[in-house]
Design a binder for this molecule. Structure first.
Ligand code: HEC
Ligand code: HEC
Length: 244
């Protein structure tokens, strides 16, 4: 039976609405070129939530509290998250001035380990946004070691597999399917730093076959991954040029 991490946010931190910044570029999001708009009056309180621990493979449920800090009725028209592994559902969409609701987040923890961070962004009826961040510590689950599941499967594949299709430039392939875990310049993020690795052959072998864990699966077609041999070659050559 899946362990459900229930986190009820009970206390109001009484942060003024102006403290909620407009959407800013954040690790993991490709926010370059995003226009800065006024922040939504629908504010997350608090906007950083520690969701505790979950065992890999279990789903974690977290509630985020949203308050209408404005003096007009406002509604939540959309809620997006940084990774499709996280589903967000507002309990109410229309909020009176001063009113509250909760957004229920369900995080599929498959292939995660240690500390992960997700953002959640709501858009109101004026097109304004606010963001919250959730951190979760994912603990090891030995029962998953024999799993056939992969981040390339099903709906997960719409972001972790499909975007590589048709790309031949090393950097473009990297941005499509590697950046989200290894950071924009290979500096390391959720996954280790790649910048500074110079051995093209060794890189190609690791990319093709993976590291033997579901956290870094083999990306070669023969392994069920999205990349052709030519793509792996172009990607490895480009990676080997990155400065530390
Ligand atoms: C809409 C695109 C999208 C979909 C769909 C998607 N992901 Fe992701 N995934 C991302 C992005 C972007 C990141 C990096 C930003 C972040 O961590 O949220 C990421 C990060 C990850 C990571 C790195 C660890 C982490 O969570 O920070 C894992 C593991 C992962 N996804 C697994 C999955 C699984 C499993 C599914 C299917 C249930 C899935 N993803 C569906 C876009 C997606
Ligand atoms: C879902 C997250 C995720 C994605 C996407 C991902 N990696 Fe990884 N990668 C990892 C993790 C985590 C490790 C660390 C080893 C492990 O846990 O298995 C790793 C390890 C590696 C290593 C070995 C590094 C070393 O020093 O030994 C290389 C090389 C690598 N990845 C390259 C890539 C490339 C290139 C891509 C895109 C084709 C990619 N990775 C996509 C998570 C990811």
């Amino acid at each position: 039976m899946p362990l459900i991490v229930m986190l009820m946010l009970l206390l109001t931190a009484c942060t003024p609405a102006v403290g909620n910044q407009p959407v800013a570029a954040h690790a993991g999001g490709s926010s370059a070129g995003e226009t800065v708009r006024p922040a939504s009056q629908l504010v997350f309180e608090p906007d950083h939530v520690n969701a505790g621990e979950a065992r890999e493979g279990d789903s974690a449920t977290v509630f985020l509290r949203v308050r209408n800090a404005g003096d007009q009725m406002a509604s939540i028209v959309d809620v997006t998250t940084s990774c499709g592994c996280t589903v967000a559902e507002p309990e109410e969409r229309l909020l009176m001035p001063g009113g509250f609701t909760r957004i229920r987040l369900t995080i599929d923890t498959f292939a995660k380990q240690d500390d992960v961070q997700k953002w959640v962004e709501l858009t109101d009826d004026q097109g304004r946004r606010s963001r919250a961040w959730v951190t979760l510590n994912v603990t090891a689950n030995p029962h998953l070691d024999a799993t056939k599941r992969s981040i390339f499967d099903g709906q997960c594949g719409s972001c972790h597999f499909a975007p590589a299709a048709g790309k031949s430039d090393g950097q473009a392939i990297y941005q499509a399917v590697c950046l989200m875990c290894h950071g924009a310049g290979g500096e390391g993020a959720y996954a280790p730093k790649l910048a500074g690795l110079r051995d093209v052959g060794a890189l190609a072998a690791l990319i093709a076959a993976g590291t033997g864990s579901r956290h870094m699966p083999g990306f070669a077609r023969a392994q069920g991954g999205p990349l052709t041999a030519d793509q792996i070659d172009a990607l490895s050559r480009w990676l080997a040029t990155l400065d530390e």
